[in-house]
Design a protein around this ligand. Structure first.
Ligand code: PXG
Length: 290
């Protein structure tokens, strides 16, 4: 049976409940992380916890434990659920307040951690590649709500995902408010052209994905040229290859955008190489669950 970490306790999932007065629910006032475990290890645990604390600091949300203690709580949640391969959701909300926006009315943040099995993307997504569309919904302007904050306020992404579903596609590209390609609804974007890899910079208004950082490191080690650059849809349509990265998706090829085939309409060689490097890397690194 699944056991949830909630504010210092481990509770059966039926008993792990938060209040209807929690500002995480009332206002989306909180932050979260989605983390993977592979082969008995938590992948990039410290990086995820660091990003969680960075998001929290930005919204002036104090997490009442150290990052080291937080990492240990994640590992213990995995142990108690006997997770060796899985998906971990770590959430910190503003906590219980009154029916007003003011976060000062919420004396204590609420912390919960769920460690569960994962429904992996079907294998055909990796062998055949995804069909994606461009969403009309633009990514949040960083001056309003910076996409670099992994906040509980995911409506921007959800509105885009609804477009994806309505189009019968598998993912959606999101542009920033200037029209440059930003990211997908829950993944970062990479384009390959003439053997060179391009990805939008964080300044395009994106989440700095931990999978993105990992793929950039792997490209560097594998002597694959990679540049962070602003680009428009025209560059995407004329790419040789395209792929997305994320904790859930890992490295997944894209073979068509807005009904235009990418390259020869099949997953490309550089994408395949990076998929292989990534799969090998995740199997051999991470914090042991013990
Ligand atoms: N951009 C956005 C908007 C994300 O939400 C990524 C990029 C990739 O980041 P990481 O660090 O995971 O490489 C994300 C994170 C899901 C799910 O269930 C996916 C994410 C977050 C939460 C849930 O598919 N992707």
């Amino acid at each position: 049976m699944s056991v949830i970490y909630l504010d210092g306790q481990f509770l059966p999932k039926e008993e792990a409940k938060v209040s209807v007065f929690d500002h995480g629910l009332l206002y989306g006032d909180g932050v979260f992380e989605g983390i993977r475990a592979y082969n008995g290890r938590v992948f990039k645990l410290e990086e995820h916890v660091r990003r969680l604390y960075d998001s929290a600091r930005t919204i002036m949300l104090e997490i009442p434990m150290t990052q080291a203690e937080y990492c240990e709580a994640v590992l213990e949640t995995c142990r108690r659920n006997e997770i060796r391969d899985g998906y971990i959701r770590a959430v910190v909300t503003r906590g219980v307040g009154d029916l007003g926006l003011d976060p000062r009315k919420c004396p204590k943040a609420s912390i919960f951690i769920i460690a569960a099995g994962i429904s992996l993307y079907p294998e055909r997504c990796y062998t055949e590649g995804l069909k994606v569309i461009t969403c009309a919904t633009r990514r949040n302007n960083p001056t309003a709500l910076d996409p670099a904050i992994k906040s509980l306020n995911y409506l921007n992404n959800i509105l885009a995902k609804i477009e994806v579903n309505r189009a019968g596609a598998e993912e959606g590209l999101m542009l920033n408010d200037q029209g440059y390609v930003a990211e997908a609804t829950g993944d970062n974007i990479f384009v390959v052209r003439d053997g060179h890899v391009y990805t939008p910079p964080v300044a395009a208004g994106i989440l700095r994905g931990i999978t993105r950082d990992t793929v950039m490191d792997l490209a560097h080690e594998g002597e694959i040229a990679l540049t962070e650059e602003f680009f428009t849809l025209q560059f995407v349509y004329s790419a040789d290859e395209l792929f997305l990265t994320g904790s859930a998706a890992e490295v997944v090829p894209v073979v068509s955008v807005d009904d235009r085939p990418i390259g020869d309409g099949k997953p490309g060689a550089i994408t395949a190489k990076l998929m292989g490097l990534f799969r090998n890397y995740v199997a051999h690194t991470g914090t042991p669950i013990g």
